[in-house]
Design a protein around this ligand. Sequence first.
Ligand code: GLU
Length: 330
Amino acid sequence: MTVPPPQPPLEPRRCTRLAPSPTGALHLGNARTFLCTWALARQRAWHIVLRVEDLDTPRIKPGVIDLTIDLLAWLGLDWDQGPIIQSHEPAPHLAAMHTLAAQGLVYPCDLSRAQIEQAASAPQEGAHDIAFPASLRPTTIPRRFDDAPPSWRLIVPPGPTTFTDAFAGPQSFDISAIVGDFVVWTRRDPTKPGQPAYQLAVVVDDARQGITDVIRGDDLLDSAARQLLLYRALGLAPEPNYWHLPLVLGPDGKRLAKRHGDTRLDTYRAQGVSPQRVVGLLASYCGLIPSPRPMTASEFRDRFQITMIPHVPARFTQEHHHWLLKKDVS
Ligand code: GLU
């Protein structure tokens, strides 16, 4: 019998996710991230998981999850697995808390914001918030997780967390100085079980769903550093590749918000705007075409080149709004 020559190991299939939070219907900024994620994955034959992140979002109006999924499909996107509704699978998040607690890496905290602010020095320039001072850690760290209210924090080691973002380049964040020990679990209502904070839920789910590539807005760049700390604390590997894309901003250079008008996809859809117009506007934001023109999601995918996305935020203007509302000539 002839022995076949050794075969190179099969490369595991790369996998990304569309991870909408059903806090309200998608707006143009979210839509751009999802369109880019989808196009990158479809070009490279990556697997796509649709995961609805309904944890840590206290006010979910009935029907918003279905609306979010429906709008992704309306844009022309598809996926290979899901929708997985994050809150439906709490066991892995709980198991992660037990793992962290067994290593003495988390502790319960019932300090109020005012108490933390009082103990903290002035926020650093550019920091979102005050950093939780290490001096407020309890002297004994329990080795068991008991879901006691109101929150549990991760012990953050001092020093920078570095990684190379596949789009934004080399990054370094000293999480101990930016946020300090951050909350990984909360139990706001003592009559109900607690819930993982976004940072923990996303790491546990990305790891167990085999996500190799995380593509999202660059408002979450420093979250990636927090998430890498959690990957390491939980002994999860491999760590994903991160691709953080610039946001879509309003005409005033601020994050797209209600004051810039209603840029939600369902509002545009209700006004008769076609998905091709939305995709075409987003294609211009991605540098694929010089100015907006109607385009299908398939054409977007075929033209898409991640290197063409400008490294500065896109600006949504009133002209764009009026262009979206123009009628397509059929
Ligand atoms: N669910 C988050 C959002 O819609 C995305 C989180 C992530 O991609 O890690 O902003």
